[in-house]
Design a protein around this ligand. Structure first.
Ligand code: DLL
Length: 440
């Protein structure tokens, strides 16, 4: 463990620490953030009466719209002169979501990322190829700070320019790589295409996150780059990457949330009531140590479960995979649909990549979903050698196969559009927007 004392703190001590930190945080919010003073007063909460973390459910939620309404700095609890960094979300419409950090916040950020990198297999003295975007996105600089704190040599590659990334992977000999899952798959595909012998690369660990992914994606990256891949989760509003991390020896059992800094709850999407551990609902976080922008019960919109793992190395709670976003859950002709369900079906067709978009429309009153999906690069290579008649035959076969598998597994009819490798646009953070809602 990177910080054995805190990562293995007995639960009763952890609850005491969380309770102490919560009281300080609430005072900071009440005294310095007019939005929270009003929110607590309107909810009839006397923060002096909130002495234990177990009372947290009495407090009001904070929503993403609250950040937008208080753009850019009105939720900050310190004067602007105390800001050490400002990040913003990569949102495509409207005002960006702005998050501010003090010097101490950046210390905490580095601490939780260092713990995460360690859990993923990184050790001081290693080199890390950081392919998260540097800039307003928290991925690049967030991982960078934690890696430096732990004593890794950081190669600040940032996103894109895949050819250069391949050269760096071969020549700079990093032990660890961090990137989005879709970019990890792209790198794996390109290595295969170029005939790079991945067993000769030095890279041993891939730390993958910033968007949802599945076990099939893990397998693609692990075999395609000859690494052990683990999940890193986070969001800008809570700090950035490193809110939680999967341990390399405990793959598939969830990701540890660094609970001494971020207190998680799962609440029912509709009633907003807290749910017991193990039940699926919306993940909500209270930041316990942040100074510049402390958040009370921040509604992430991410859907998952929480559980304690009696067999885990650490005492902190684990979160399961993100199933989707509460606002991403589509209801198509009465069927609840997360895009990850379609992804699992796409993975059953070996020529198709998990690079896809669901385009939702409602022509003629009925909601319809079209799946736009890229061919894998091996399939693309073969496709490029075919005559146009054989090309359209191949596309039709793939369309029919995917359409049938979707109907059989999910029970919905969806049109399928097969597109070339790399044709679906990626955002600046390297993320692929899974749902395009064209409904009026
Ligand atoms: O994506 C921070 C990050 C950077 C995490 C690098 C991991 C690695 P935002 O841009 O604010 O922050 O996006 C946050 O991305 O609410 C989730 O919906 C999604 N997300 C992040 N990590 C994961 C993950 C960064 N491991 C939003 N699995 C979150 C699934 C994830 N979804």
């Amino acid at each position: 463990m990177y910080n054995k004392e805190l990562e293995s703190l007995p639960l009763d001590k952890l609850r005491n620490l969380q309770s102490d930190r919560l009281q300080i945080m609430l005072r900071r919010q009440y005294e310095h953030v007019p939005f929270y003073k009003k929110a607590f007063d309107e909810a009839g909460v006397d923060i002096k009466q909130i002495k234990r973390i177990e009372d947290i459910h009495k407090l009001p939620f904070t929503l993403k719209t609250d950040l937008r309404d208080n753009y850019p700095y009105h939720l900050s609890a310190v004067p602007e002169s105390q800001f050490s960094r400002i990040h913003a979300s990569s949102g495509t419409t409207g005002r960006p979501t702005v998050v501010t950090y003090t010097k101490n916040d950046l210390e905490v950020f580095s601490e939780v990322v260092a713990r995460s990198l360690y859990a993923a297999g990184a050790r001081p003295g290693m080199k890390i190829h950081n392919a998260y975007g540097y800039g307003l996105f928290t991925g690049g600089l967030g991982v960078h700070g934690g890696a430096e704190k732990m004593g890794l040599a950081v190669i600040p590659v940032s996103g894109g320019m895949t050819e250069r990334q391949l050269t760096i992977l071969q020549d700079f000999k990093p032990d660890v790589i961090t990137c989005t899952p879709s970019y990890g798959q792209t790198l794996a595909e390109k290595c295969r295409e170029r005939g790079i012998d991945v067993t000769k690369l030095n890279v041993k660990y891939a730390i993958i996150g910033a968007e949802p992914w599945t076990e099939a994606v893990r397998k693609d990256i692990e075999t395609g780059l000859d690494v052990q891949a683990t999940n890193i989760y986070g969001l800008s509003e809570v700090i950035g990457p490193g809110v939680s991390q999967e341990d390399v020896d405990e793959k598939g059992t969830g990701s540890y949330i660094w609970e001494d800094h971020f207190y998680p709850e799962i609440v029912d999407k509709d009633t907003k009531e807290p749910l017991p551990y193990g039940e699926e609902g919306v993940l909500v976080f209270t930041t316990l140590t942040k100074e510049a922008m402390p958040f009370c019960r921040y509604w992430t919109n991410d859907i998952c479960t929480l559980h304690y793992d009696p067999n885990g190395k650490r005492t902190h709670i684990k979160m399961g995979d993100i199933k989707g976003r509460a606002d991403d859950m589509l209801i198509i002709r009465g069927v609840n649909l997360f895009h990850t369900q379609v992804e699992s079906v796409i993975e059953s067709v070996s020529d198709l990549a998990a690079q896809y978009q669901l385009i939702v429309s409602n022509d003629g009153g009925m909601d319809k979903v079209k799946v736009k999906v890229e061919m894998k690069s091996a399939c693309q290579d073969n496709y490029n050698t075919l005559s146009s008649a054989r090309q359209s035959k191949l596309c039709t076969e793939l369309q029919q196969k995917l359409s049938k598998n979707i109907k059989d597994t999910i029970g919905l009819s969806m049109a399928v559009d097969i597109v070339n490798c790399g044709d679906i646009p990626r955002s600046a953070g390297g993320k692929l927007n899974r749902i395009v809602d064209e409904r009026k």
